[in-house]
Design a protein. Structure first.
Length: 154
């Protein structure tokens, strides 16, 4: 990893549109993380939380929830993208969320991205759209792709 794309003003974010981001460091997705996510969300489907049953399932073992994979974006973003000096940043939403491939238990994932859009909001704020792909080590398709919208106030 080379470090995050850093911007210190709305104008710098706008000028950075098209910048490739990442990759982040790799993260090992263990069964414990999957189980904790199931507990937090109430999604206890066997393909996520029953290793014995999942051995005979379509993936040969348990897989991470799609929304768990999506939620990892928030952890990876600081490795890719930094609004240095911002007084506040808020998650504004996401667009085009897809889960093209599963994340099997004990797989390693990382994030890559691109700053696809940045629009100044008044004199001292910017709304950014970052397209994030969560890659699975050795996989040919990403596990998650989403356009993440954030607002940063300077």
């Amino acid at each position: 990893m080379t470090g995050p794309f850093v911007f210190s003003s709305p104008a710098e974010a706008v000028a950075g549109v098209g910048t490739k981001l990442g990759p982040s460091d790799w993260l090992l997705v263990k069964q414990e993380r999957i189980d904790l996510f199931a507990k937090a969300t109430g999604d206890h489907q066997w393909i996520h939380v029953d290793p014995e049953k999942a051995k005979d399932g379509p993936f040969g073992g348990t897989i991470a929830h799609g929304y768990l994979t999506f939620s990892l974006i928030n952890m990876f973003l600081p490795e890719l993208f930094e609004a240095r000096g911002a007084k506040m940043g808020v998650n504004y939403g996401a667009e085009k969320l897809r889960f093209p491939a599963p994340v099997k238990v004990n797989s390693r994932v990382r994030a890559v991205g691109e700053l696809v859009k940045a629009e100044a909001i008044g004199a001292d704020a910017v709304q950014t759209t970052v397209r994030i792909s969560i890659e699975v080590e050795g996989g040919d398709k990403p596990a998650c792709v989403a356009d993440i919208i954030g607002r940063f106030y300077f």
